[in-house]
Structure formats: C-alpha cells, structure tokens
Design a protein. Structure first.
Length: 243
C-alpha cells in the first residue's frame, strides 16, 4: 500500500478506538462516581524502520487511554446513606482481589449491619476492618468521614489518595484498583464528605455528543483520503499497463 492509504487506514483505526471509548463514556454518563476516559495519541514506528529517517513509517495510534479524575457534579438525594466526596480522595472497599477505590458514595447497610458500597463490597474503616452499624438506628457521617449513631462513634471511613492517579486501573463502572506496586495509597487530606448527596459521572452527554460529531467528521475525511489513495493506485496501474 502507498503511504497515503496506510496513513488513512491507521487514522481510521484510531478513530474507531475513539468511538469505542466515547460510546463507553456516554453509556456511563449516569453512573455515580464514573470517571471519563480520554485518548493519548502517539506515533507508531515500524520496527523495520528503526534507524531510518525520523518521518519514515510513522502512523497515528492511540497509545493508551487516560482517565480524567476531575470531580463530577454533586447532587442532593436526601438519602442519609448517600455520601459525596468533595475534593481529592477515594472511598476504600474490600474487593474480591484486594482493596478497591471508588468515588461512588451510594452506600447501603446489610441485614447484619455492615456498611457496603453500591456493588456489595464492604466499606473499610481507617486502621483496617469493616464498619458495622445497627440497621435499626440512623447513621450520621461527618465531613471528616466519622460514622456515628445517636452520638456514639462507630468508626471512620478510610479515604485514600494517590500521588499518581494513573497508577489506578478501572474495575467495572466506578471502581479502581492499584496496578503499580510502587505507588502507595496515602490517607487523603483536604476533602469534605457531604451526607445526603452523591457525585455524578464527569462524563456529560453534551460533551460526548459534540466529540462524537467531531470524530465522525474526521472518520469521513480519512475514508475519503483512503478512497483517493485507492483511486490513485488504480490509475497508476492502468497507466503503466498502457505503456
């Protein structure tokens, strides 16, 4: 294939990856605590092109997605078991394969009195262990994460933060797991918990629709470029045949 067709095909592949990412963001625009994924572009250099001129055989690709951890809108629900995190940090829950971290503060109490996250994972308290409350009594959660019932302190939610959030990998819709063992979770500071509220997804439908239109336009342009390259190759072959 000629360079024009190769570049256009590579661009089309990158745009298809973008469409998959956008579709996932739009599907989760109502998921509490969801963090939007975005693209990080790079240029791929074929191994056989090593040592040649800098511009040889370089193709545009999405090197990796990255997660936008900016805070979503805080919305009032009136449910005392809904808690929004304002500022930095993540709630810690006990996942099936180790600790998981989330911004989704839609909690519930099990029949045995254990405080759980939206997916049923047990919430962890500072210092380790889970939080057990009396299901028949109201639960109060202070801005610093202290959980109490009728003035009696039960424990404090374990709120963690990371010096490098890119060390977190997504697990499901709104959970993250540490993927880099060199990064150590630290106790979060400068946050405030707001009871009776939840954090919405930071993926907005309006932005997603605008980005979708832009990607589709780029896709059409690249498709035309690929067709132009194919037509040029066809004409070149016909001209050579005439000669």
């Amino acid at each position: 294939m000629d360079p024009l067709t190769i570049s256009a095909a590579s661009g089309l592949r990158a745009r298809m990856d973008s469409l998959d990412m956008l579709a996932n963001n739009l599907a989760n625009d109502s998921a509490g605590g969801y963090k939007v994924d975005r693209e990080f572009y790079s240029l791929y250099v074929a191994p056989e092109a090593a040592g040649s001129t800098p511009d040889a055989d370089t193709l545009p690709v999405i090197e990796r997605p990255w997660t936008d951890f900016s805070q979503g809108e805080l919305r009032s629900t009136g449910n005392p078991l809904d808690v929004a995190l304002s500022g930095q940090g993540f709630f810690t829950v006990a996942g099936p394969n180790g600790p998981l971290y989330t911004r989704n503060g839609s909690f519930r109490v099990s029949a045995s009195g254990q405080l759980m996250g939206a997916e049923g994972y047990l919430l962890q308290k500072a210092g380790g262990g889970s939080l057990t409350v009396d299901p028949s009594r109201p639960v109060a959660i202070a801005p610093d994460g202290t959980v109490s019932q009728e003035g009696t302190e039960v424990g404090q939610l374990d709120i963690r933060d990371f010096s490098d959030p890119s060390a977190l990998g997504k697990r499901g819709h709104s959970y993250f797991q540490l993927t880099d063992t060199n990064v150590v979770p630290a106790a979060a500071t400068g946050f405030e918990l707001r009871q009776g509220m939840t954090e919405s997804s930071n993926a907005t439908g309006a932005e997603g629709a605008a980005r979708l239109v832009n990607v589709m336009r780029q896709f059409e342009m690249l498709k035309k470029a690929a067709s132009l390259g194919d037509e040029m190759n066809r004409q070149a072959v016909e001209q050579v045949a005439k000669i």
